[in-house]
Design a protein around this ligand. Structure first.
Ligand SMILES: Cc1cc2nc3c(=O)[nH]c(=O)nc-3n(C[C@H](O)[C@H](O)[C@H](O)COP(=O)(O)OP(=O)(O)OC[C@H]3O[C@@H](n4cnc5c(N)ncnc54)[C@H](O)[C@@H]3O)c2cc1C
Length: 279
């Protein structure tokens, strides 16, 4: 990436003023992804860089009764250091899969969520936790569900000329959750796909379920989830097998290769069949 201008704003207002003038600016958070792979469409054109590292608002962590709000530049290591009572287990487990301790000390949650080239490891976990994101552009600020960062083709769809400023995570605990890598990176990829699932149940009956696999594309089948709500948890063997086949087929349709699609189906089956709580 060739750079023609670097801005190092000290506030969000300054950052937004720069983004208004240079809508093609590349936000730079920890830089761990930008330095290790091409996260942007290749171009010969020099790009302006917007360094987010000096903006205090982006490193704040706030908690209310129902939510935890993480500034986009909160590092993955800082999230791991939060008290474990915060019901963040799916996200913490996803973070433990990211790089090394040195990488996690620089890498930010915003950079993980806003990646353009693939859904990074935290995305599936955050989608299963019903996370919302705060987006800012020249026209203002708005909260949207994290699923709005997915295109109609199930690929990453973080909008251009936009900043992610906060990630909001509901803190109501899940009764069961699991996060796994979906095998090693496929050829030409530097980051493996990941699988996450969360569930709540009442008196042994599933009341809420989220199943997500994310890599170059994302798999989330709400019809499948809804069809399982109301069933006994763990599921009966015949339902587990039917769900395994349906989940694998859906992953294949979304562009996952054969091996990962099968592994996704197997993880879904293991989660629903055992009610596995181990993350
Ligand atoms: C050795 C190594 C191993 C890794 N392994 C993994 C892995 O297993 N799983 C994984 O998920 N990642 C992995 N990564 C990639 C990376 O460390 C993480 O994805 C990290 O969370 C990215 O955060 P960052 O702050 O460094 O992002 P950056 O590199 O600064 O930015 C990433 C992208 O997000 C955009 N961006 C950043 N912040 C914002 C914002 N606030 N608003 C709008 N856009 C923004 C940038 O423009 C860029 O396109 C690895 C990296 C290395 C070096």
């Amino acid at each position: 990436m060739r750079v023609d201008e670097v801005a190092a704003p000290q506030s969000l207002a300054e950052a937004m003023a720069f983004l208004k003038r240079r809508s093609d600016a590349v936000p730079w958070a920890g830089g761990t992804l930008l330095l290790s792979r091409n996260d942007r469409r290749s171009t010969d054109r020099p790009m302006p860089v917007l360094d987010l590292g000096g903006i205090p608002e982006l490193t704040s962590i706030n908690r209310s009764d129902r939510y935890l709000e993480l500034g986009a530049c909160v590092t993955l290591a800082s999230i791991l250091a939060l008290p474990s009572s915060l019901s963040l287990e799916p996200l913490r487990e996803a973070i433990k899969l990211v790089g090394t301790a040195t990488v996690r000390a620089m890498a930010t949650i915003g950079g993980n969520v806003a990646a353009r080239s693939a859904f990074m490891t935290c995305f599936a976990a955050l989608a299963c936790m019903d996370a919302a994101v705060e987006l800012r552009d020249a026209s203002g600020t708005r909260w949207v569900g994290i699923h709005t960062l997915v295109t109609d083709h199930d690929t990453p769809g973080f909008p251009e000329a936009m900043l992610l400023s906060r990630v909001r995570i509901p803190t109501q605990p899940w009764d069961a959750a699991i996060v796994r890598r979906l095998g090693e990176p496929a050829r030409g990829e530097t980051v493996p796909a990941s699988f996450a699932a969360t569930a709540r149940y009442e008196k042994g009956t599933l009341s809420e379920l989220r199943l997500v696999a994310a890599g170059r594309t994302i798999v989330r089948d709400r019809n499948l989830e809804l069809s399982l709500v109301g069933k006994r948890f763990p599921l009966a063997a015949k339902d587990v097998e039917a769900t395994r086949l349906e989940a694998s087929a859906r992953a294949r349709d979304t562009g996952f290769d054969e091996a990962r699609s099968d592994r996704y189906g197997a993880y879904v089956a293991a989660f629903l069949g055992s009610g596995e709580e181990t993350i």
